[in-house]
Each structure stands twice: as structure tokens, then as C-alpha cells.
Design a protein around this ligand. Structure first.
Ligand SMILES: Nc1ncnc2c1ncn2[C@@H]1O[C@H](COP(=O)(O)OP(=O)(O)O)[C@@H](O)[C@H]1O
Ligand SMILES: [Mg+2]
Length: 471
């Protein structure tokens, strides 16, 4: 009998429960019902237990899933934030939807501030069509059914927050469903400028060789042109003397008979003009010869070793080479002090001088263009002196001057304020490299806007005793 029923019977029938068959059968049936109910609740309990265990397990897996998803998402975010390349999500109208912090690192823009801005706002006007072309190509590729349409290696110039231009190489893809472009941009400015620098050096080398070769070739013919002009001049003098002697012995009627012939030959005029034109020709030839010599020495590559050279002479040659650039400057003055020979790489130094002279000529032209200062009022002065153990060279111009805000930058490679074709920004870097690195010297700049500029080079005499011996 079910124990609960037994206890209830005992409590109810204190004197003892009835024993008749009908009652006994009834009690048995109740007991069975009790037991069946017990079994049911046990079963229920059991299945509840099972269900909750299962639920718990599911909850755990779900939590694990969420943690995993958060981890992946976190890594993705970290990657987006840490990527050294600029990552951007851009909409169909080329507005920036999302930008990563590399925008700050590379170009100086706060990525949050970029959201909503037009991507083209920072692009160089000449390069805008490359971006719109790239976007167009992506849209067309998608229309043509290309899966994962991409454009790669398209380059453009982009402005930094401080107004400089950087060269960016980009790749982009399109998400047609969301109507978004995903772009990766990398700053390749230094690679590109290195390549350009190399190219420039090669070109300069080639031009130098060519110039030296041509100078060599011109040397001989110009020499005999010079000799022949000299010969013609001397010959004419002798002829003239002879004609005078003839004139003296002529009878008056003979002289009269010769008159028409003399008039036809324009003899009086020839006697005046021929010597002058021959002397002009001689002057021209002398200048060509000078230029050729300067070119030859200028283009002469520096051998590994330094050798003794006359700085004043080198400056004179540089002035000859710069004559074309300086032709509008009426007053080019030299104030040369006495200098001992300097052990140096004279070829490189000559290029330094030439660069400074050309800069001076440009500065003067610019001030004239801007302020209308007459060219005749300009002056370029080249001075040299010995100061203790230093050879000091200064080049002063009355040009536009260098504004304070760019004074720090003029020695940077490729920094130029001049239009394309006129400036390459490689003059002053060369000056600094040659003077400081190759000769242990110093470069000083003094400048006042709309007054002028002086570049001063100090080159140490390496060892005065050695120089004394050589001198
Ligand atoms: N004598 C000068 N007067 C004024 N500005 C100068 C002078 N020399 C150099 N600069 C400035 O420095 C810049 C860099 O000079 P440089 O390296 O020779 O390159 P580039 O002459 O090709 O521009 C010039 O563009 C100019 O702005
Ligand atoms: Mg220059």
C-alpha cells in the first residue's frame, strides 16, 4: 500500500480499518492511483530536469558564440583602426561614410570629421578624373556581371590638412547591394620621389657627359674660327697699309680714274667697319671658347679624391655658366678676396655655385614681376674672403626674399615655390649635401621679403700646412 494512504487510514480508523472485501478492494484502487500519480510527477520532474540541462547547454553555446563573434568583431575593428593604410567606405555620391585613423596619421584629418565630406574635396584638381573614372569603372564592371569588381594601382595626389600634396596609390572595390565603395589608399610619396630623384640623377649624369663631350668637340673648330678671324684681321691691316702706300704714289688723274671702282667697293666704309666687325667676331669667339671651357670643367665629374682648386676661378666659371639666367640683371658684381687653394670636390662645388646664382636670378625676376622693381636696380653680388680657417663665399641678391613660413623647408628635396619647368626643388638639397656632407662646411641664409637674400657658405680649409705646401 502507498505509505501516504497507510498513514491516512491509521489516522482515520483509530480502532482499525474495516476488513471487508469491498473496502479492501477500494483501498487497493486508491493506493494504485496514489502510486500512478507519484510516477507521473517523477516522470514530469525527470523531463523537466532533462529540459533544463539542455537549455543550460544551449545557453552556454550561445554565450560562446556571442563571445566568438565579439572577438572577431573586435579584431576586425582593431584591424580597421590599426591598418597603416587609409581605409574608407564611400557612398555612390563619393561621400565618405567611414574612415579609419590612418587618415589622421597619413594626411592629418580627424576620421570622424570626414564623415559626410566629399572624397574629391582633398584630391588634386588634375587627378579628380582618375577617381571618378575608377568609380565609373567599378559600376560598369558590376553591371557587366563581374563578381568582386576591383580597380587597383590608381594614383592621385591628395592634400594633407596642412596643405601639402602626397601621392596616394589606391585600390577599391564595390558593394553593389549596399551601394558602397571600399577603398584602400597608401602613401607612396617617398617611393615616387626616390624614383624621380634617381631618374633625375641619371638624367643629369647623362646631360653632363653629353655636355662634356660636346664641349670637347666644339673646342677644336672654335679654335680655328678664332685663329682665322685673327688672321683676317691682321691681313686686312697689312692690305690697308699697302693701299695707303699705293694711294701716295698715285698721280691725280690716276686717282680720279680709280674713283668709280673705289666707290663701288665702298672702300671708305670697309676701312671703318671691317676692323670693328672682326673685333666683334673675335669677342664672340672668345666668349664661346670661355663657355666651352667652363662647361668642360663644370661637367668634369669629381674623381673620388679631393684636389686643390681655386674657388674664385670656379665662381667666375659659374658666373659664365649662369650668364643666360642672369642676363637681365644689369649689375653682377664680384668682390673676391685672396684665397689659398682649397682641397675640395670642385665639380660639385661649381654646381652649388651655379644653383645659388640661378636661384638669385629667379628671385630677382620674381620681385620685378611682383613689385615692378626695375631690373636695372637689381644687384647680384658674389663675395669671397678668408675667415680664420674658413673660406667664406656669399651670394647676395635683391630679389623677392624667402617668407619666414617656408624658410624651414627650402632645403627639403623637391620643395619648390616655382612653376613646373622652372623649379625642381633640387638645388638647395644639393647645396646642403655638397657643402655639409662632402666638405664639412656650413650653409647660412639671411633673407628679408622684398629686400633680398644672402646665402653664405663656409668651407673649412682642411689642413693649412698641407694647403701651404701645395700653394
Ligand atoms: N635667393 C633666393 N631668394 C628667394 N627664394 C629662394 C632663393 N633661393 C631659394 N629660394 C626658395 O627656395 C626654394 C627651393 O630652392 P631650390 O632647392 O633651389 O629649388 P628650385 O630653385 O628648383 O625651386 C625655391 O623654390 C625658392 O622658393
Ligand atoms: Mg634652384
Amino acid at each position: 500500500m502507498h505509505p501516504l494512504l497507510a498513514r491516512q487510514l491509521k489516522r482515520y480508523f483509530k480502532a482499525g480499518a474495516p476488513t471487508d472485501a469491498a473496502f479492501t478492494a477500494f483501498v487497493q484502487a486508491v493506493s494504485d492511483a496514489y502510486r500512478a500519480s507519484d510516477d507521473d510527477s517523477a516522470l514530469l520532474e525527470h523531463s523537466l530536469k532533462l529540459a533544463s540541462a539542455e537549455l543550460e547547454e544551449r545557453y552556454h553555446t550561445l554565450q560562446k558564440d556571442i563571445a566568438e563573434r565579439e572577438r572577431v568583431q573586435g579584431e576586425r575593428d582593431a584591424f580597421f583602426r590599426a591598418s597603416p593604410d587609409m581605409l574608407s567606405v564611400i557612398d555612390r555620391d563619393l561621400r565618405i561614410v567611414l574612415a579609419n585613423p590612418s587618415w589622421q596619421r597619413v594626411l592629418g584629418y580627424d576620421p570622424a570629421g570626414l564623415v559626410g565630406a566629399n572624397f574629391l574635396d582633398t584630391i588634386h584638381p588634375e587627378d579628380v578624373s582618375r577617381i571618378t573614372g575608377g568609380a565609373q569603372s567599378l559600376v560598369e564592371q558590376t553591371k557587366a556581371g563581374v563578381e568582386q569588381a576591383t580597380v587597383r594601382d590608381f594614383e592621385f595626389r591628395q592634400r594633407t590638412a596642412s596643405g601639402e600634396w602626397r601621392t596616394i596609390s589606391a585600390a577599391a572595390t564595390i558593394d553593389g547591394q549596399r551601394g558602397l565603395f571600399f577603398a584602400v589608399g597608401r602613401d607612396v610619396t617617398s617611393q615616387r620621389s626616390m624614383a624621380r630623384e634617381l631618374e633625375q640623377t641619371h638624367r643629369l649624369e647623362a646631360v653632363g657627359q653629353l655636355a662634356a663631350g660636346m664641349a670637347h668637340e666644339i673646342n677644336t673648330p672654335i679654335q680655328y674660327v678664332g685663329d682665322n678671324v685673327q688672321f683676317a684681321g691682321d691681313g686686312f691691316e697689312s692690305l690697308d697699309e699697302y693701299l695707303q702706300a699705293v694711294d701716295q704714289v698715285l698721280q691725280p688723274q690716276q686717282r680720279a680714274a680709280l674713283k668709280p671702282a673705289m666707290a663701288k667697293a665702298d672702300l671708305e666704309y670697309l676701312k671703318e667697319e671691317l676692323p670693328r666687325s672682326l673685333s666683334e667676331a673675335k669677342d664672340g669667339v672668345r666668349r664661346v671658347a670661355e663657355l666651352v671651357r667652363a662647361l668642360k670643367e663644370f661637367a668634369h665629374p669629381d674623381q673620388g679624391e679631393k684636389s686643390h682648386a681655386d674657388i674664385n676661378k670656379a665662381l667666375e666659371r659659374a658666373l659664365i655658366m649662369a650668364r643666360g639666367e642672369l642676363r637681365h640683371v644689369t649689375r653682377v658684381e664680384t668682390q673676391f678676396g685672396e684665397l689659398p687653394p682649397l682641397r675640395c670636390h670642385i665639380g660639385s662645388l661649381s654646381q652649388v655655385f651655379l644653383n645659388l646664382l640661378v636661384n638669385a636670378a629667379h628671385a630677382v625676376e620674381e620681385r620685378t614681376a611682383k613689385q615692378g622693381v626695375a631690373m636695372a636696380d637689381h644687384r647680384v653680388t658674389v663675395r669671397t674672403r678668408l675667415d680664420g680657417d674658413d673660406v667664406v663665399i656669399s651670394i647676395t641678391d635683391t630679389g623677392c626674399g624667402i617668407p619666414a613660413n617656408i624658410r624651414e623647408r627650402i632645403f627639403e628635396p623637391f620643395f619648390t615655390t616655382k612653376p613646373m619647368g622652372k623649379g625642381s626643388g633640387q638645388g638647395l638639397p644639393l647645396v646642403r649635401n655638397v657643402v655639409i656632407q662632402k666638405h664639412g662646411g656650413r650653409v647660412e641664409v639671411e633673407s628679408e621679403v622684398n629686400v633680398g637674400t644672402t646665402f653664405t657658405l663656409r668651407l673649412p680649409l682642411e689642413s693649412s700646412s698641407q694647403v701651404g705646401k701645395a700653394a
